[in-house]
Design a protein around this ligand. Sequence first.
Ligand SMILES: NC(=O)c1ccc[n+]([C@@H]2O[C@H](COP(=O)([O-])OP(=O)(O)OC[C@H]3O[C@@H](n4cnc5c(N)ncnc54)[C@H](O)[C@@H]3O)[C@@H](O)[C@H]2O)c1
Ligand SMILES: [Zn+2]
Length: 358
Amino acid sequence: MNKITVRVKPAYDVIIGKGIIKNAGMLISKATGSRRFIVVTNRKVFALHGRELIKSLTGLKHTVHFIKDGEEYKNLSTLDGIYKACVKAGLDRSSCIIAFGGGVTGDTAGFAAATYMRGIKYAQVPTTLLSQVDSSVGGKTGIDAAYGKNMIGAFYQPSIVLADTDTLKTLNKSEFNNGMAEVIKHGIIADKKYFDYIIGNEKRIKSMDDYSLEYIVAGSVRIKSRIVAADEKEITGLRALLNFGHTAGHAIETAMHYKGIKHGEAVAVGSVIAAKISAKAGFCDESTVRVINEAYNLFNLIKPLKKVKKALILSLLFNDKKVKDGKIRFVLTKGIGSAKLIDNVDLSLIKREILNFL
Ligand SMILES: NC(=O)c1ccc[n+]([C@@H]2O[C@H](COP(=O)([O-])OP(=O)(O)OC[C@H]3O[C@@H](n4cnc5c(N)ncnc54)[C@H](O)[C@@H]3O)[C@@H](O)[C@H]2O)c1
Ligand SMILES: [Zn+2]
């Protein structure tokens, strides 16, 4: 078991380990002091892992509210459904929402907690690799809207995060690899030893052995929580390092209307493009680009992007709010384990590398 404290105000713990859902009720009630709980989840996750969680809540007043499964349900209507369920369950300001599922559940239930009665407590019990290593830590909550993804939201930290690595064993390969994209990204931006572990233990990780699952989740949470604690609301530029690979990645996802590409695959391609730009701009050498490409390839994340509209990707980048006088803010790598937010990267350089890649 690993316990990592996220040092924001107030600080909270992320507990990572095999089978810790069994103790969820006790750990969450201790961290929140709440007496009434609502579990927000979807039917798929609940069928796979719900029994253990509910058993742990024995003796505590709780109800379960189901939301539909899928990014398309990370919306206002789902949020409204959660509020109504909170009212029906008699939740007051001292009650607690338990977000049990992947990033969609965590973001939506977290935002419900941030806004119901101007904010009640919430706990994250993430069940996908992406949500364990990324979305459950750091307090970004929110929903999508017709006018943009994650357009409505709040910074609102949970009281506790419980990442049970056993839940990851029911993920399909492609969902697992999707989370690996952020794991690899964390290594690239902050920790060469962690990155080398991933490359050196590819088979163990893929076989989901207990030690390596806990190692990668704890390693990522350690990196992300350190960055979040130093720049909780993305003001100084430090938290922006977590966006490595995401500027080009987001443009690709948007141009493809989020169809036929997973977030992790877009981040993988975006990271290789960012690495190439870093090499061209003299921040790292070509061997870094090769190693990054290989790492993503190990987890099957670099796919040929057929049918992608190059012109649309470029226009999305040019219209990015970070562009000023033909320059853009972009996260570059200075070699594995180190990254820097650069204010004035030439857009033409980015354009060239994207066209080369596609
Ligand atoms: N808040 C943040 O900082 C942050 C960071 C990154 C991503 N996100 C958000 O996270 C979301 C993506 O999260 P995700 O990738 O977890 O997607 P998701 O929540 O849609 O989960 C993916 C699929 O896996 C299923 N699932 C969940 N746990 C499972 C398990 N243990 N076994 C089998 N299947 C399981 C889900 O029901 C779903 O069908 C996006 O909305 C994204 O915007 C937020
Ligand atoms: Zn991401």
